[in-house]
Design a protein around this ligand. Structure first.
Ligand SMILES: *Cc1c(COP(=O)(O)O)cnc(C)c1O
Length: 214
């Protein structure tokens, strides 16, 4: 049985992270049944969207500049990397122009590396306490995303995933108690997806394990 089926049995969606791979490799996975793909660059995801089947569900998982939202707003399903209110505003504006709703995840900084993007727990809470996001009717805040420290230390990685799950639970009960849409925890990559699955991931983002080393 393949990885996608194993995950599906636990109710976890596999996002095939196809960055750097050519469209032909995505099509190979598509022909094996994969429909959800993740990319982290605007130019690359747009080029692949153009040439690949239109029933693919595209997820944007990288840092997103506000001035580039307009290039993906017509087709993107979910954006995992919300790290400011201004980005959310721009996504709302561009989604509305396209007559669509775009699903968004708040990215949290759970790793020890400084280089990774995302809110602290306090910043995420402060954003939601402002209430301004409620006017952004063309975005749907569906949950949280995070990346663990790139480390062999499984205890550390597990702690970080637990931390993200804790943030999800707190936001859910404080701000989304009656929202069935707020249900996603995007965590886990090729090296740590098993730990993420054990700690409550609903979306895992896996690249090299599927496509080979970049
Ligand atoms: C590249 C990437 C992944 C997938 O990484 P692999 O180690 O190849 O599985 C997951 N999430 C993000 C945000 C990425 O940039």
């Amino acid at each position: 049985m393949n990885l996608r089926n194993i995950l599906e049995q636990s109710g976890i969606t596999l996002i095939a992270v196809s960055k750097t791979y050519p469209p032909e490799r995505l099509l190979e996975e598509y022909n094996k049944g994969q429909r959800v793909f993740g990319e982290n660059k605007v130019q690359e995801i747009t080029a692949k969207y153009e040439v690949l089947p239109k029933d693919i569900q595209w997820h944007f998982i990288g840092h997103l500049q506000r001035n580039k939202v307009k290039y993906i707003a017509s087709f993107i399903d979910t954006i995992h990397s919300i790290d400011s209110f201004e980005l959310l505003q721009e996504i709302h504006k561009q989604a509305q122009k396209n007559g669509r709703t775009i699903k968004c995840l708040l990215q949290f900084h759970i790793a020890q590396e400084e280089t990774k993007f995302g809110f602290s727990k306090e910043e995420g809470i402060a954003l939601l306490e402002q209430n301004d996001w409620k006017a952004l009717t063309s975005v749907e805040i569906c949950g949280v995303m995070g990346m663990a420290t790139f480390s062999e230390d499984k205890t550390l990685v597990r702690e970080e995933f637990k931390q993200l799950k804790g943030i999800f639970e707190q936001l859910k009960s404080s701000f989304f108690p009656n929202s069935p849409h707020f249900k996603e925890i995007s965590m886990g990559m090729s090296g740590d997806w098993e730990i993420a699955a054990e700690e409550g991931a609903t979306l895992v983002r896996i690249g090299s394990l599927i496509f080979g080393n970049r």
